[in-house]
Ligand binder design. Structure first.
Ligand code: SF4
Length: 229
């Protein structure tokens, strides 16, 4: 695959998870295998197919202005294009960049293909009561096992509708693999009718998680708070 659909490439700060605040260059891939989570904020931008050399040239130009911590491969779902990702990540690493993969954590076989060329993995566990989609726990378990010897953290988005049994399942899944994997509870940013839970519910989730996992953090989407991309 020489080209992949990409909606935008830009410099900004990481707004989610344990690397919140670091400068990054983002490559946003178009398309997602999950359809549409209830809280999905993937911007509807014009997508265009880009080749690897074109992307590398753009990244080099952008990196002259900022000193990126890493290159974020985001989406949509970047692992929809594993061969492309593998070649792109390998070439970016040869140029000295670190690779930060943001993924919905449902394509374990594709992760196996690119894992060698990623430095950080930000993996979502999609709670069906948050997404209003079907459950992906079996795929998530397989995915996290493969990711677990890299620098990985897990993120769950929680909304007003997130139920406790669903949340418990995610905690159990991570605990069974490695209790030290950082686990981020991300209250959803309000989009239409979907909003984050009240603080009592967030604290209840956090106190439950703290019984089983070592590193629990509650982090909202900081880029949304700052009004940046
Ligand atoms: S996995 Fe991510 S990109 Fe895909 S629908 Fe859900 S929130 Fe949107």
């Amino acid at each position: 695959m020489n080209k992949a659909p990409i909606s935008e490439i830009f410099s900004s700060i990481q707004g989610e998870g344990i690397f919140v605040g670091v400068p990054q260059i983002f490559i946003r891939f178009s398309g997602c295998n999950l359809g549409k989570c209830a809280f999905c904020d993937e911007p509807a931008r014009r997508k265009s197919s880009k080749g690897i050399q074109e992307i590398i040239t753009l990244i080099k130009q952008l990196s002259k202005k900022t000193r990126p911590h890493s290159i974020s491969l985001t989406g949509g779902e970047p692992l929809l294009y594993p061969q492309f990702l593998k070649t792109l990540s390998k070439k970016l690493k040869e140029k000295g960049f670190l690779i930060y993969l943001e993924t919905n954590g449902t394509l374990p076989e594709n992760l196996s293909l690119v894992k060698k060329y990623t430095d950080f993995i930000a993996m979502d566990i999609k709670l069906p009561s948050s997404t209003r989609l079907r459950s992906y726990f079996i795929k998530h378990k397989k995915f996290l096992k493969i990711a677990s010897n890299k620098k990985v953290f897990v993120k769950v988005v929680v909304t007003k509708k997130t139920n406790f049994s669903c949340f418990k399942k995610a905690i159990g899944l991570v605990k069974a693999i490695n209790r030290e994997i950082p686990f981020v509870i991300q209250p959803a940013t309000k989009i239409g009718m979907v909003g984050g839970p009240d603080k009592e519910k967030i604290l209840l989730f956090q106190s439950y998680a703290l019984k089983f996992l070592k590193d629990i953090r509650v982090i909202p989407q900081m880029h949304k708070k700052l009004g940046v991309r």
